[in-house]
Design a protein around this ligand. Sequence first.
Ligand code: PMP
Length: 428
Amino acid sequence: MTRTKSDLIADRKRLLGPNVATFYDDPVHIVKGEGVWLWDADGRKYLDCYNNVPVVGHCNARVVDAIARQSATLNTHTRYLHDGILDYAEALTDTLDDSLNTALLTCTGSEANDVALRMAEAVTGKRGIIATDATYHGNTALVSQLSKSNVPTVGFGLDQYFRFVDAPDSYRNPDPDGTKFAAAVAEQIAAHEASGTGFAALVVCPYFLNEGFPNHPDGWLKPTAKVVRDAGGFLICDEVQSGFGRTGTHLWAHEKMGVVPDVLTLGKPMANGHPVGGLVTSAETMAAFRSGYRYFNTFGGNPVSSAAALAVLREIQERDLVENARVVGEHAQARLRDLMAKYDVIGDVRGSGLIFGAEMVTDRATKEPASAYTDRVINAMRQEGFILSKLGRHKNALKIRPPLVFSVDNADMLFDGLDTVLRDTPRE
Ligand code: PMP
């Protein structure tokens, strides 16, 4: 069945219910992708400056081939012996600190975080969790409690176990050495202990992508990790967004931030769009979790998923896409700074590798967020053929997070387009 755009919008509402979000005032009907390019149903081409899931490019030939070949051979679950999950677990753990040597595969990042919280409980014997107040870690009953801006009204009364700290914000509330953040975490640890819940874990994205990717020097999380360890808690690093080379300096953002997590959770780009998530931890933590609970995930780590995930990791490694992210990201930020010199609506430019963006303000002195203007810019960019988005507490930061195969030429095209849109989009 081929629906018109208005039929698609109406049928989504009828068949999927209300509140199923789309991007843009004029949603895009995408029908094809290749590399960094997307095509809509009218054959119009868009530069994808946003999607991190197709990390090695839309419809990457190596990943497509791995999925097709394994699908044509066998797909089953992990209760049979198979090389696939082991080859992947070995390749993945080889990229990590020696203590992160045991993996568990899921289908989503939400499940991975859900298991990570239960691992913290299994090892510490406590349940108090801390997160930032402007993040997202997933949608299970347990981890949806971590999204302070969108805590579900139904959720089995779990909110007693969750406490929050202000999300770091290098633009409005600088904390150059991470000690303010560490002190805020210490305060919430004390509150958990005082309430009788006890402190089990801090969960953070080490590059704070959902919070608006504040500019922090390398090693910034060290004081926080110390506070967490001194209190006997777990440091859970959610690298669903920041992992697999996104920041361009390291394969993993926790390395950049100078820490080794107790549990590392993964998702989104892990298999280029095939639903794979997972976590890596120490053998002891895995044993503590698995001895208390016979965890099984029907689809997690199946031969097709494992083949897809291995193809993605090898593609990142063999094409040196982390280095590409660094080179293109540096060029992109230089271009953004040129635009900042030209347009005073840009108050701050930040990022690392292929996560970068600009914070838009109505006044550089007061830093008043230009949230409505940012929305108009995103929508105008979509009309010009550029897919990007916004994020941050005030939804006024341009969020640019393309596949890691994004090139310097692609970045030039994007910023030429942004220059035109900033010139032509009225402020009021
Ligand atoms: N953690 C982070 C940091 C995320 O951004 C997301 C998804 N946006 C998730 C976890 C949840 O992943 P999933 O949608 O695969 O459950």
